[in-house]
Design a protein around this ligand. Structure first.
Ligand code: HEM
Ligand code: NAG
Ligand code: NAG
Length: 331
């Protein structure tokens, strides 16, 4: 009897959710979405990612960050890949995108061409799904966990530079600001901390953190939460009036490995941005940082879970999207 009641209650609550909040239900996404139409899509994308990686390591952080930006602005719908036209300034030309490395875009364009070269796959696989697959592949290539990617996203029909600003986190954010922004995309604090570990890879331009090493506050020119040795190294690599094109490794210890050293760095005051270091200095998130700094397996499980949730943000189906022929332009 007790079991039956529990069953009925949970059955009802699930159906209510799907009736009243269809956008929160990712039922349309499935890992074998292309099993009939393009069964080899995963290996086709992976081959292109491998080739691109052999040409440049930047492929890895560039694809990973591109996926994050895509999902946070308009949803995971490849809107970030659209090029501006005379009538529309697209997302990628917003100043926050200035630093998105071109190799991420190039990877998706090349993978799309490889997929479309197979007759049965032609115009069947969305650019949004190709980006999601390439993201999983670059994480694995750099030593991170492998995972099954949910598929079935359509490509979006809008891409506006004016939609970018308020949707992406700033490196100066505190914990409340980070939590608020991630919560607005259905991600909780643990998801936010796990995803922040993407900063175990890749580069930052000096202007993104110069406030922390030169003019933090009248009392403390250097952010007191920064490790003193690390702060001195940052000042040396990024002096005042440095060439704005100079970028430095965000994880100074293992910059090319997807690992939990990101969290070990935070424990030493070696988080590059305020938004990184605050995860350790704020008592509400410190416990998670300490746990994941010492337990890579637990971190990886949380990361895969958070990436899967990120991949469900704002997914387009039906009339809200299509399969783009050219990932960089609307059909
Ligand atoms: C938590 C809030 C976050 C903030 C404030 C933030 C901010 C930034 C900033 C300012 C940069 C440096 C850009 C540059 O100067 O070139 C950067 C780089 C990067 N971010 Fe984030 N980010 C956040 C979360 C994420 C997430 C969730 C991911 C992916 C899951 C991610 C992936 C990356 C990667 C891979 C790079 C390196 C890009 C490259 O080397 O080309 N970030 N981020
Ligand atoms: C600063 O970083 C060094 C390693 O570069 C580490 O040995 C030291 O313990 C750190 N200091 C603090 C206060 O965490
Ligand atoms: C990779 C890419 O397309 N980056 C663009 C970002 O935005 C600037 C202008 O703000 C463009 O010049 C870049 O090409």
């Amino acid at each position: 009897m007790g079991h039956l009641q529990v069953f009925i209650v949970s059955f009802l609550s699930i159906s209510c959710v799907s009736i009243f909040m269809p956008n929160l239900v990712a039922a349309q996404l499935k890992t074998n979405f292309y099993a009939q139409t393009c069964p080899n899509v995963e290996s086709i994308v992976r081959n292109v990612v491998n080739q691109k990686f052999k040409q440049t390591f930047v492929t890895i952080p560039a694809v990973l960050r591109l996926f994050f930006h895509d999902c946070f602005v308009e949803g995971c719908d490849a809107s970030v890949i659209i090029s501006s036209t005379s009538g529309n300034t697209a997302e990628k030309d917003h100043p926050d995108n200035l630093s998105l490395a071109g190799d991420g875009f190039d990877t998706v364009i090349k993978a799309k061409a490889a997929v479309d070269a197979i007759p049965s796959c032609k115009n069947k696989v969305s650019c949004a799904d190709i980006l999601a697959l390439a993201t999983r592949d670059v994480i694995q290539l750099s030593g991170g966990p492998g995972y099954a990617v949910e598929l079935g996203r359509l490509d979006g029909l809008a891409s506006k530079s004016s939609n970018v600003g308020g949707n992406l986190p700033k490196p100066t954010f505190n914990l409340d600001q980070l939590n608020t922004m991630f919560a607005s995309h259905g991600l909780n604090q643990a998801d936010m901390i796990a995803l922040s570990a993407a900063h175990t890879l890749g580069f930052s331009h000096c202007d993104q953190f110069s406030n922390r090493i030169f003019n933090f506050s009248p009392k403390n020119p250097v952010d007191p939460s920064l490790n003193k040795t690390y702060a001195a190294q940052l000042q040396q690599m990024c002096p005042k009036n440095v060439d704005p094109r100079i970028a430095i490794n965000m994880d100074p210890i293992t910059p090319r490995a997807f690992d939990n050293v990101y969290f070990q760095n935070l424990q030493k005051g070696m988080g590059l941005f305020t938004s990184d270091q605050v995860l350790f200095t704020d008592q509400r998130s410190k416990g998670t940082v300490d746990l994941w700094a010492s337990n890579s397996k637990v971190f990886q499980t949380a990361f895969v879970n958070a990436m899967t949730k990120l991949g469900r943000v704002g997914v387009k189906t039906g009339k809200n999207g299509n399969i783009r022929i050219d990932c960089g332009a609307f059909n």
